[in-house]
Design a protein around this ligand. Structure first.
Ligand code: RIB
Length: 304
């Protein structure tokens, strides 16, 4: 089985700071390591993950004419991503992210949207053939909501399953909510959207019920080292994470999504199996530094 997947999302150049702990306001701290820029952006990471899991992957994104993302274009090509819809903004810089990773492998991310935030409905229309011919379309919230809504409208009209990773979390208009088939927030994003903190099993159920009550048929809440909780109208289950020592959790969620969507059947009758595959893939990602640099190949997963 090879799924055809369209990813609509951001491309960022990631600048990492590795620190023992986060600085307090007004405090100066030494950083452990000065690193070269890495390839990142939730959209680009998910496109790389999906392609490395052997899905046919088309990526809709926008970069600046500043050349700073050129190394990533090479990586997209190496991963066999269809880059026909990597647009260039005339006057806006490529997106960038500033990421601090502490000694526990946790991160804090600040994002400059740049060209990502200029993706519009006309770009989506240009890519509509790819959307129509896909099995799944995946978007995150580092690109404008009107572009995502347009893409999901096209998908819905043609029976293409829509997946939203609401990251970074923000209020979602009804016009988009009604077009989402699968939503995949992490626990922080779930809380921002539902207003309910995820603290225990009951709060996971309450969160999932919140999204189901909006008409979204499938809810996956990624819970880091605990695993992934999923709920539909008929079923719910926590699929446990694999226990590993995390060096850097950046792109763990993106890897999960790429692996999950690659394993999922079009009928979506293997949710638990696809989630377990996503959990396996993200367990490998957290053991390496960086975003795209840490995303495994399908063969790495079967070898572990
Ligand atoms: O999900 C990780 C990504 O978030 C990073 O690569 C960074 O670019 C931000 O978009």
């Amino acid at each position: 089985m090879t799924n055809h997947v369209v990813i609509l999302g951001s491309t960022n150049v990631d600048q990492f700071l590795t620190v023992e702990r986060y600085a307090k306001p007004g405090e100066t701290l030494h950083i452990e390591e000065a690193q070269q820029p890495y390839g990142g952006g939730k959209g680009a990471n998910q496109a790389i993950a999906t392609a490395r899991m052997n899905s046919h992957t088309t990526f809709i994104t926008k970069i600046g004419k500043d050349g700073i993302a050129n190394f990533m274009l090479d990586d997209f090509n190496k991963a066999n991503i269809d880059t026909s819809y990597v647009f260039e903004s005339e006057d806006t810089k490529t997106g960038q992210a500033f990421i601090t990773v502490d000694s526990q492998g946790q991160n804090m991310i600040y994002v400059y949207g740049g060209a990502n935030m200029t993706i519009d409905e006309s770009d989506v229309m240009t890519a509509q053939d790819a959307i129509i011919n896909a099995d799944f379309i995946v978007a995150q919230l580092e690109v404008p909501i009107p572009a995502i809504t347009k893409a999901f409208e096209i998908a819905r009209q043609h029976g293409v399953t829509t997946i939203l990773n609401p990251a970074p979390a923000k209020d979602l208009p009804q016009s988009l909510l009604k077009l989402i088939d699968i939503i995949i927030p992490n626990e922080t994003e779930a809380e921002v959207l539902s207003g309910l903190a995820v603290t225990d099993e009951q709060s996971m159920i309450d969160n999932a019920n919140y999204f189901l009550s909006l008409g979204i048929k499938t809810v996956l809440i990624t819970l880091g080292e605990q695993g992934t909780y999923f709920a539909t109208q008929h079923d719910h289950q926590l699929i446990k994470a694999y226990k590993v020592k995390a060096i850097d959790t950046t792109a763990a969620g993106d890897t999960f999504i790429g692996a999950f969507v690659s394993k999922l059947t079009k009928e979506m009758d293997n949710l638990a199996e696809a989630i377990d595959f996503g959990n396996k893939a993200s367990a490998l990602t957290v053991q390496k530094s960086g975003a795209q640099s840490s995303i495994p190949l399908a063969s790495d997963i079967s070898n572990n």
